[in-house]
Design a protein around this ligand. Structure first.
Ligand code: 5GP
Ligand code: ZN
Length: 139
């Protein structure tokens, strides 16, 4: 599988960098965003390094889409948001900042207008506890 040594999401996918992982399978890995826009902000990535949708393989993206349903159900149980934003950016001019394909799942709440990117890092203890809760409701 094609991965890059200097890509942070490749390092998370292959276990060389830490992350609050909540799910993985042969093609994808899901973990909490370290700068959560809201509690439960998840990223689903392909394990293979594709910079963006322009170079990604359809099979891997299909698995990301499949797992987005699974992760949504876990977020529904653990976070119970009023809604969920699903976002995916490709290339800098579209807002992408980490150039390894990923999908954002961002819980949304009535009356709160939340952006996609947070400037504040999540609290490590809260992220760890949340990751455990989400893992416990995932197959
Ligand atoms: P993009 O703008 O590329 O769609 O989003 C990249 C996301 O990755 C941002 O929400 C950012 O907070 C998150 N992020 C960047 N570096 C790391 C990291 O090392 N670990 C985790 N868990 N998230 C990261
Ligand atoms: Zn990568």
């Amino acid at each position: 599988m094609h991965q890059l040594d200097d890509c942070i999401f490749c390092q998370i996918a292959n276990g060389h960098a830490p992350a609050y992982k909540i799910h993985e399978d042969e093609l994808t890995c899901t973990f909490l965003d370290i700068f959560p826009a809201t509690p439960g902000h998840c990223l689903i990535i392909t394990k293979e390094h594709f910079s963006d949708i322009f170079e990604a393989k359809a099979e891997a993206l299909a698995q990301v889409a499949r797992n987005s349903v699974l992760i949504t159900k876990a977020l529904e149980q653990v976070i119970a948001p009023d809604g969920l934003g699903v976002y995916q950016f490709n290339r800098a001019c579209a807002g992408q900042t980490v150039f390894h394909y990923h999908m954002h799942l961002i819980p949304q709440f009535e009356g709160k207008n939340i952006g996609i990117h947070s400037k504040q890092a999540g609290d490590p203890d809260e992220l760890a506890a949340l990751a455990e809760q989400l893992k416990s409701v995932l197959p």
